[in-house]
Design a protein around this ligand. Structure first.
Ligand SMILES: C[S@@+](CC[C@H](N)C(=O)[O-])C[C@H]1O[C@@H](n2cnc3c(N)ncnc32)[C@H](O)[C@@H]1O
Length: 239
């Protein structure tokens, strides 16, 4: 096993172990509580991205990579025909399923437990969404992941993603961010256990170039402090 495949396996283990406390990060509670001002700013900027998702015209049958506990699955399931979630963690998907069931949207969503780096589409979708996933894809695997996105899309299909800007208050105070020269960071759970994961903070230009090289025309925007998001369209159907 190379160091890279080891870290890719470790980040799957990390998210399995983190599932029950994952939403503390997005809800800004516990170790992720940075006080009312920054918490409000986080929520306001998350709303800004939700509005961009609504305005993006993403519709129809949507494939969601790394759906996790369903924070964005919920947004999608409210307004599209169907969502197919691919995630490696059964623990994450159990929470996702319950969250959707609680609001009567479970019927719109199907789940596939798989390693995204090995997963290949069996059909084409109208859109592909991924939230806080692409920052966990190392540079060496980025083109391959984008090729999988493209292969999963119909001609004219859409892409939407959200991810983190480099901002220390985006995470817990006891988790220093990774640096460009070493995109591996140590993540900690509430009980103190640690894992190594990839966390890459790519610039909008880097993202747009990488997707364009993979045949997807992407426009990337950023909120003031916390989030980067991209909206894209695939031109022709992949070979
Ligand atoms: C940062 S979370 C994002 C969850 C959700 N999209 C969100 O925005 O909150 C990353 C997700 O990727 C999943 N994951 C990590 N490595 C994976 C892999 N190799 N294949 C599939 N899913 C993976 C984890 O289980 C976790 O649910």
């Amino acid at each position: 096993m190379t160091e890279q495949t080891g870290i890719i396996a470790e980040q799957q283990d990390y998210y399995r172990a983190r599932a029950a406390e994952y939403d503390e990060w997005f809800e800004r509670t516990g170790r992720y509580d940075h006080g009312p001002e920054l918490n409000d700013r986080w929520r306001h900027e998350a709303d800004e991205v939700r509005a961009a998702l609504r305005d993006s015209g993403i519709d129809g049958d949507v494939l969601e990579f790394a759906g996790g506990t369903g924070i964005w699955t919920l947004e999608l399931a409210r307004r599209v025909a169907s969502v197919t979630v691919v995630d490696a963690s059964a623990e994450m998907m159990a929470i996702n399923r319950q969250k959707l069931a609680d609001v009567g949207l479970a019927g719109n969503v199907t789940y596939q437990q798989a390693d995204i780096f090995a997963w290949r589409p069996r059909r084409r979708y109208d859109a592909v969404f991924f939230g806080f996933w692409i920052s966990h894809v190392p540079d060496e695997r980025l083109a391959e992941f984008i090729a999988t996105v493209r292969a999963a899309l119909k001609a004219g299909g859409r892409v939407f993603y959200i991810d983190s800007k480099r901002e220390s208050s985006g995470t817990a105070a006891d988790q220093p961010l990774s640096e460009p020269e070493n995109p591996v960071m140590t993540r900690r759970l509430n009980d103190g256990r640690t894992w190594r994961i990839y966390k890459l903070f790519r610039t909008p230009t880097e993202m747009e170039r990488a997707f364009r090289a993979g045949g997807i025309d992407l426009t990337v925007r950023e909120t003031a402090t916390y989030f980067q998001y991209g909206v894209g369209t695939v031109g022709e159907a992949p070979e």
